[in-house]
Ligand binder design. Sequence first.
Ligand code: XMP
Length: 319
Amino acid sequence: DWTMRAFREEAIEKIRVQVGKGKVICGLSGGVDSAVAAVLIHEAIGDQLTCVFVDHGLLRLKEAETVVDLFRHHYNIPLVHVDASKQFLGELKGVSDPEVKRKTIGRLFIDVFEQEAKKIGGAEFLAQGTLYPDVIESVSFTGGPSVTIKSHHNVGGLPDRMNMKLVEPLRELFKDEVRVLGRELGLPEIFVGRHPFPGPGLAIRCPGDITKEKLDILRNADAVYIDQIRKAGLYDKIWQAFAVLLPVKTVGVMGDGRTYEYVVGLRAVTSTDGMTADFYPFDMTFLGATATRIINEVKGVNRVVYDVTSKPPGTIEWE
Ligand code: XMP
């Protein structure tokens, strides 16, 4: 794609000019955006870049392995893998308000970054995979009143105490363009084609308070759902699909016994930029088979529902 080749060259030049001989640290989330930003910046300034992958304990199944493998082994990019799950889950204990969750996670991220920046001898710059829609949405809906819909933890600048400048080479791009750029940079298709994943991770897919037990149930249900979607050949037709663990238990029957377990909500939407979205019209046979698999394979779940809300009025994530 010639447009992206030109963008790549220009972006690399801009990064070199901005950064000079400075050190950059880049937070990887496991998503496409931060990965593409990191690879682009590495191409521009090589080992002046250190990537930091914070495992907040809110990742999908096998996510940490995938990211570490891609960066260390595929690209040979210096990567610090921080397991901060105890700290995050500890501070999130008993927190059920969505904005408090987001702000807590955002604050802890900054704390962890600050520590890591110090460890590598003081980075001057912080790189982020902020996209154009992130920039607009955290300000307001276009033309609407200036209301924060959700606090995106990767947007909004950093506290002054951090004393770091932002490098955001994807700020003008939409998601589909980031994918084209990722391919241009040689990222594996399985990674480039991944559905978006929010910085606050599974915390915002687990309405109510978060526990390790709930997160494990959610991770397993989500993995079965995504496996079903891939096997049906639908993954690339969907912008984003994921499971949500509802903070409610319902009664069911299995064998001769009564069960009293959690409800899993399934979400799948089509979209071009995440700003508006339509629910994906799965056929009922697919949904039925998926519900059966989740209930059979995931302990702690006895009911599955499908979300048929579009955006607006719903948002894609549940929090
Ligand atoms: P909503 O739920 O607002 O989400 O319709 C729109 C898109 O943004 C993703 N999202 C986030 N991404 N940090 C991120 O990096 C965040 O805090 C965040 N919140 C939502 C969401 O997954 C969807 O793709």
